[in-house]
Write a protein that binds this ligand. Structure first.
Ligand code: SF4
Ligand code: SF4
Length: 545
């Protein structure tokens, strides 16, 4: 079967990429990623049986999480590393089968391959299109799988910092198995909501992991210009990776800059204390093709989003990937130091030989409004809400992407009445965080909580406001949700909002293409989910004009 992938917002014709990914993923890579999911299903089947026999499956669960992370949009384009991961999955599965005396004969626990050609051949027989003959059930299974991938991404950051919950692993594995079995509409809808519930759980866990390790984010100004030292640019979401880089570059006259989703690092007390964490360079992930050229120094990807380099790109020998990420042209960083930290010496040596970054903008942006900081301003915010100085709070969290339609979010932010504040998180903020929208009674009009997983902060704040204002329904708050989405982490964030009972969310610039008309109708009726339209129309719908 040729490739079929419909897991992200950019999917071809909003129905599915079938020849090449709009993201740049090739047919073989897409198929291998499906096979990697299949291999994870094989381990999951055996791991569930193993746990019944009280056999510890922590290593297998973590490996499944890492593999699911590899399959999310723009994380891994490297067939070699995907084939190696499939082999490793089958190895873990077979070793566990012996321990369990597994009797099942399903293909996913029995198949094997050795040569690359055999893996490629097998990969053409697995696809999300095989999930079910009923297209609505298949659509819901895809919905759940994409949510699971988001859960896996956040679970991996949490366990990298030593925070785990067995319940999350149990859920991932049980669901991986459930989507291989026949089901009905109502059970699948239930599973969608349970996925949202586990989304809340994993985001709370990651929040605990990040804040325990690095302190609570606090209001911080971040320089967006450049200094005179050579620099290293670090992108992605993994705060442990940036901490280790900061430790290893201290006192070496190398400046560390964040890119894209790594921006919130500047707000964590235990990361911002490093004086050589000097600023944020550039914008959201999709601008990397130009911004990496002018950065001049080495670049480290800790997670997505990677954009395949152009033929004319000059920075290939300066880019490194780690963790779940991979690109055939770029080096993988997998060596460890005796203390267990990742070995960044190669990047550091390279940085010393590079020119300082070329300035592409000047100024500062203010960040650090995660829930603890926002709640410390709660009295001020409530006063402004009660006095009418703040009429509406607009959650504009989510993703950014390259389509022109995304200009909607810049325009929406610009046209919002001056008595509104924007709560943001994720890389959608790059569409409006440099607009200088002013403040209301000293409260900035753009409150940035952090990464996409920090969208959890807004649910936390909303629930707190509901409690303080004595409301019986979260939907009676003066908060509206206009969320931009792109990939599977955003899917789990949105499912988390639905699980928390937040209705009438607008998402855009398109609704998920993997939802069939029937499923879409159910989601719209049950949760009031709508697609964003034009700025003018949405201002009317949200009663903002
Ligand atoms: S991840 Fe998105 S753009 Fe890439 S192949 Fe899949 S649907 Fe297409
Ligand atoms: S905000 Fe969206 S596009 Fe950006 S990394 Fe998070 S999920 Fe991906």
């Amino acid at each position: 079967m040729s490739m079929f992938c419909n897991q992200c917002q950019e999917t071809a014709k909003n129905t599915g990429c079938t020849i090449n990914g709009v993201c740049g993923k090739k047919e073989a890579t897409a198929n291998l990623q499906d096979l990697l999911v299949y291999a994870c299903q094989g381990i999951a089947a055996v791991a569930i049986e193993a746990r019944k026999k009280r056999i510890n499956t922590n290593a297998e669960s973590k490996y499944i999480v890492n593999c699911l992370f590899m399959t999310i949009t723009n994380a891994n384009f490297d067939d070699r590393s995907i084939i190696d991961a499939i082999k490793a999955c089958n190895g873990l599965r077979d070793a566990l089968k012996i321990k369990v005396s597994y009797k099942g004969t399903e293909d996913m626990v029995g198949w094997s391959a050795t040569s690359d050609a055999e893996f490629h051949e097998k990969s053409t027989h697995v696809s999300t299109l095989n999930f079910d003959t009923n297209e609505d059930i298949r659509s819901l299974k895809q919905y759940v799988l994409f949510g699971l991938k988001g859960i896996a991404a956040y679970a991996e950051h949490a366990f990298n910092l030593g925070f785990e919950e067995q319940d999350i692993y149990d859920f991932i594995e049980e669901v991986l198995l459930k989507i291989t079995k026949p089901s009905d509409l109502s059970s699948m809808l239930n599973l969608v909501l349970q996925t949202g519930e586990h989304g809340v759980q994993v985001m709370a866990l990651l929040d605990k992991a990040n804040t325990s390790a690095f302190g609570n984010p606090e209001i911080s100004s971040v320089n967006i210009g450049v200094g005179k030292n050579p620099g290293i640019l670090i992108s992605g979401h993994d705060l442990k990776d940036i901490e280790q880089l900061l430790i290893q570059t201290e006192g070496k006259d190398i400046d560390i800059y964040t890119h894209s989703e790594m921006l919130p690092s500047h707000a964590y007390p235990k990361l911002k204390k490093y004086k050589h964490l000097v600023g944020n360079y550039g914008n959201a992930w999709h601008r990397q093709l130009e911004e990496f050229e002018t950065f001049n120094g080495p670049i480290l990807f800790t997670t997505n989003c990677l954009v395949p380099p152009r033929k004319t790109t000059t920075y290939n020998d300066r880019v490194f990937t780690t963790g779940a990420t991979g690109m055939p042209e770029w080096k993988v960083l997998d060596k460890k130091l005796p203390n267990g930290h990742k070995d960044y010496s190669e990047i550091i040596e390279l940085a010393k030989k590079c020119k300082p970054p070329q300035e592409i903008e000047k100024g500062e942006i203010t960040i650090g409004f995660a829930h603890n900081q926002v709640l410390s301003l709660a009295d001020k915010i409530l006063e402004a809400v009660n006095s009418g100085a703040i009429k509406k709070i607009v959650v504009m969290s989510g993703c950014d992407a390259r389509q022109k339609a995304r200009e909607y979010y810049t325009e929406f932010a610009k046209q919002l009445p001056k008595d509104t504040v924007i709560l943001t998180s994720g890389c959608a903020k790059y569409r409006y965080n440099k607009l200088n929208l002013g403040n209301i009674n000293g409260i900035p009009r753009v409150l940035d909580a952090g990464q996409c997983n920090d969208s959890y902060s807004w649910a936390f704040v909303a629930l707190k406001l509901k409690e303080v204002l004595g409301l019986d329904d979260i939907n009676k708050l003066p908060i509206i949700f206009n969320i931009a989405w792109y990939e599977q982490k955003a899917i789990i964030v949105h499912l988390a909002l639905l699980y928390l009972g937040i209705k009438n969310t607008h998402i855009g610039p398109t609704l998920p293409g993997f939802l069939t008309p029937n499923v879409l109708k159910i989601v719209q009726e049950k949760f009031g989910v709508k697609v964003s339209t034009t700025v003018e129309e949405d201002m009317k719908i949200f009663e903002l004009n």
